[in-house]
Design a protein around this ligand. Structure first.
Ligand code: SF4
Length: 415
């Protein structure tokens, strides 16, 4: 029997079950499917009379693989995996689950090994994962469990080791401490969510300025007095809308945007009465009205959905230090690792979601509810998490507008 290994995961993690053919989206559409080297070799020696030749033609070595985990990829057919048949995976149905590549065997589970603890979470680009995680009004909890290792479900794992005295992984040394403090801050419902997000920016600023070698020293004071945050730079509604729309268009133009996200964008435009003749002033006024009216009404009952989104983001992305996947994408755009960039990316994702929600709330009126929020968060996450190009583009766009630190992001956060 394999040795049990400690695991840390949100309490809903074990409840996840793929709903397969009744899924309103599918993980086999809308982004490239990376194939690890072992699976590639298995596929290229597969002797199955029908699937073997197709695997050997349709699974090809990536043009620029950056690791064995993304050694190859499946050639999609009009954005859809060619092995998807009537909502089911042909590789799994014909050859068995053990034939799946690590990415497909693991999805939507996200793993990171931090100092010997396997941290597991779910990727909200899966509708069922988003539903499980976002619909419980109670604060999100994380639990420690010890389980036998199940390698088929481990997949590709980013490894962080801060305990190695010769080569400790920096800047992750205080990841547990810092991340826990940030999660408690985000779950402090004594303050509006926007205030919590602003204070999070202050914490990130302080960590960036003073370095990460002191852990939470000095950070608690800021979280104890969230109301004491100094006045921030404001931005005219039109400038804020222009910036967010540019970010939304960067999502749409990225390499991982699906039909469901485009549907949401079209409804957002209709909700703002956006026509060829609309001026930015009119659109910004319509958006302000949507924030103050239908979205505010929804948030009064369901603000917890956005809180859970942020808390899960912090956990899954080892915030504010960044998962290996996010850091690799930023490095491809020549952006060095920095805490302020991690904060910028989080705020960008949040304001894109929040802005689109306001337009959707205006569009759907009384029918607007949890289902529309889930659809938006799921389809937006598919772009945020799976696009290779979007994170770099978003940081670039902010830099062009002079937003290069945490403080400047406060201009995009609405009260
Ligand atoms: S997106 Fe999620 S629920 Fe849908 S098919 Fe994939 S794993 Fe299953």
């Amino acid at each position: 029997m394999l040795k049990p290994s400690p695991r840390l995961q949100p309490s809903y993690y074990e409840a996840f079950r793929c709903v397969g053919s009744v899924c309103e989206d599918t993980c086999c559409r809308g982004w490239r499917v990376p194939v690890d080297k072992q699976a590639f070799e298995r596929y290229h020696s597969c002797s199955h009379s029908e699937l073997g030749p197709r695997l050997q033609t349709l699974v090809t070595i990536s043009p620029a693989p950056d690791s064995d985990e993304s050694y190859a990829e499946i050639q999609l057919d009009q954005g859809v995996c060619p092995f998807l048949k009537e909502g089911l995976c042909e590789v799994q149905a014909t050859l068995g689950e053990e034939w799946l590549c690590k990415n497909c065997a693991t999805y939507p589970r996200v793993m990171a090994m931090v100092d010997g603890v396997l941290e597991r979470s779910l990727d909200f680009s899966c509708p069922e994962a988003a539903r499980l995680a976002l619909t419980n009004p109670q604060a999100l909890e994380f639990v420690e469990v010890a389980q036998e290792r199940d390698e088929s479900r481990v997949g590709s794992v980013g490894i962080v080791d801060t305990t190695n005295s010769q080569h400790p992984d920096k800047p992750f040394r205080y990841v547990h401490e810092v991340r826990s403090l940030m999660i408690s801050l985000l779950q402090n419902r004594g303050y509006p969510l926007s205030q919590r997000l602003l204070v999070l920016g202050r914490l990130c600023d302080k960590l960036e300025a003073e370095g990460t070698d002191h852990g939470c020293r000095g950070l608690q004071d800021i979280t104890r007095q969230p109301a004491a945050i100094e006045p921030r730079v404001s931005m005219p509604s039109t400038g804020r809308l222009e910036t967010v729309v540019e970010l939304i268009l960067a999502c749409i133009g990225s390499d991982a945007t699906g039909r469901r996200f485009l549907d949401c964008y079209q409804s957002f435009m209709a909700g703002l009465h956006w026509t060829m003749e609309s001026t930015m002033e009119e659109l910004a006024a319509n958006l302000d009205a949507a924030f103050a009216g239908p979205l505010a009404q929804f948030r009064a009952q369901h603000e917890y959905m956005l809180e859970h989104y942020l808390v899960a983001y912090v956990f899954r992305n080892l915030f504010p230090f960044g998962s290996q996947s996010v850091n690799r994408k930023l490095a491809q755009h020549q952006f060095e690792h920095s805490i302020s960039r991690q904060y910028q990316l989080m705020v960008v994702d949040f304001v894109v979601i929040e802005t689109l929600l306001a337009g959707l709330a205006a569009f759907h009126g009384a029918a607007f509810g949890v289902a529309e929020v889930l659809k938006l968060i799921q389809s937006a996450t598919k772009t945020f998490e799976h696009s290779l190009t979007y994170p770099g583009k978003a940081v670039d766009l902010l830099a062009q507008r002079g937003m290069v630190d945490c403080a400047s992001m406060s201009m995009l956060i609405r009260d």
